[in-house]
Design a protein around this ligand. Sequence first.
Ligand code: HEM
Length: 447
Amino acid sequence: MSLYRPPAPHPTGPVRGLLRAMMKGERDLLSLMPEPAYTTRVGRLGRSRRGIVLVNEPSAVVQVMTDTEQNYPKNDLMVGALEGVVGQSMFVASGPPWRRQRRMIEPAFTHMRVNRAFEAMAAGIDAYQTVLDSHAVSGAGFSLDAAMSALTADIICRTIFSQSLASQTARDVFASFGQFERSVANTEIRRLLFGKPFAKIPQSAPVREACARIRGHIADLLAPRMAEGAASIDDIVGAVIAARDPETGEGFTPEELIDQIGVFFLAGHETTASVLTWCFYILSQNLDLAARLRAEVGEGEVDLERTKHLTLTRNIFREAMRLYPPITFIPRVALRQTEIAGVPVEPGCMVMIAPWTIHRSPNNWPNPDRFDPDRFTGEITPGSYIPFGYGPRVCVGAAFATIESTLILARLATRYDFTPLHPTGVRPVARLTTKPAEEVMVQVKRR
Ligand code: HEM
């Protein structure tokens, strides 16, 4: 069993955490998590204008996440945070509008099946190795976070649009998403603590600007395809352009197309990029584990069949998602008076499903702060591990992201050593995704 403990949070009291988040402008939701948030099974969290019930008990997590229609739809705060960038699309909608969109988009999902998408993944990695090789020759330091974002953005672009992504666009999406996350978290912290349930607060200018830049890039990628018509290429964008409402026969409007493609694009790469950043950082600090990974991968081409059987490599990805779940919080809102594990929940209450605390609760995981990929060789209790969510709203890209990340780890960790320039200062923060507080600057060497 591995004894390695990668960077863990330092829980603060709610008041200190709140002051730090508000005054120092850290915009970090983890600093609002007091010590009991990790040990509570189901209970009230802090003081705020609207009640917050934190749910860490796996059976209660399952109860809430399977009841997304009647009682616990997507939380209005999360919807408010994301709608500037992805509108009222499939990720944020609830109830009948969500079901309508899911039915329309269903044909696009076949393009995310791993046997179809594997070629795009391998091509993206081939192309990115050229960039890494030149970093290895020059010895220049670079941001691991930005590198993982560029690589995964290119792969998702090849999968959605059947074309690679210009590196300048990848850089701008990374910078804009960073700006979006930092600023939106600040607004949401205020709304959470002081706002009435369902009250709207306009987003700040930096959030609006970042959203406009990201949407502009997606509109640019979409424009030629809309001009050509849906049928020109059989891929995700073709399927979404061709989608029709079964009742009205209507397709998506141009704005709705940006919303839906925006979800695939952002949910499909920022998440994977954040967990891969953690994986490569952890491997750089845990050389025995890196050696075990390389021994498992061995020599020769890593095709789809081999990727599927790289158990340790996949478990490193899974364990990194346990400790640093890319989507830190997946909150719901109570529509009516209910009860969760005996705790009364009033209408408008935020029902906080936080992979962050569920995955680090000592009630759910022994030695929760240790990085031990081998824990995934045993049984996992349903509701105790939910990086991809659970129930009807579970991630549609889970299989895609798992194969993609396993392949990236297998190929890049056997070819390169990534060495952080400041290995001791790395600490996690949560905005919308769980990231290192500062970008991890690394040098890379060919093995
Ligand atoms: C490590 C990578 C990923 C993680 C951790 C992740 C996580 C999640 C989570 C937690 C949800 C559910 C949110 C909720 O219940 O409120 C979700 C939904 C979703 N994800 Fe992912 N995701 C990943 C990769 C992907 C990829 C690669 C794609 C697309 C190619 C994707 C597309 C979506 C979509 C479309 C939804 C909304 C599904 C619905 O509500 O109908 N995700 N994801």
